[in-house]
Design a protein around this ligand. Structure first.
Ligand code: FES
Ligand code: FES
Length: 168
């Protein structure tokens, strides 16, 4: 067993883990953070995407020991004081989900894109999300939701503050 200390969604956890334990299994089974789903066993679907030290990673491709000393953000760490993040709200308002299974990974990957490129066009959104599979939506509304946040608009036309949100 290996000792790790990792901050997940703002809480510090100290644990003894098997060196072979995947980060996604650590999050779900040890910490009970089941908001990060597992959608495949081939590293293809992207639904397990989280942020590790500010960059999105597929948590089924990372060992828990590799997160030692690091900071992980999951979909469950995005809401603040009961308020959804801008991307969560935009996905809801733009009907960017059906079953919702891919949604945590889509949102975490979209955060990465908007941090790197705050004003992507639709081709850039599609390219950034190509590692995330959705079996339900046809992707159109997912792209619309991401563009709405990039353009700083909710469905109601209200201006939003994504730039502050991802750098906070
Ligand atoms: Fe499919 Fe991680 S569970 S890429
Ligand atoms: Fe069902 Fe994307 S909404 S997989």
């Amino acid at each position: 067993m290996t000792h790790i200390s990792v901050t997940v969604d703002g809480t510090v956890y100290e644990d003894e883990v098997e060196p072979r334990l995947l980060l996604v299994h650590y999050l779900r089974e040890r910490l009970g953070l089941t908001g990060t789903p597992i959608g495949c066993d081939t590293s293809n679907c992207g639904t397990c995407t989280v942020e590790l030290d500010g960059a999105s990673v597929k948590s089924c491709t990372v060992l828990a020991v590799q997160a030692d000393g690091g900071e992980v953000t999951t979909i469950q760490g995005l809401a603040r004081d009961g308020e959804w993040s801008e991307l969560q709200r935009a996905f809801h308002e733009r009907h960017a989900l059906q079953c919702g299974y891919c949604t945590p990974g889509m949102i975490m990957a979209a955060r990465d894109l908007l941090r790197e490129n705050p004003h992507p066009d639709s081709d850039e959104v599609r390219k950034a999300l190509e590692g995330n599979l959705c079996r339900c939506t046809g992707y159109q509304n997912i792209v619309r939701a991401v563009l709405a946040v990039a353009e700083g608009e909710t469905a109601s036309g209200e201006r939003t503050g994504f730039a502050q949100e991802v750098t906070a």
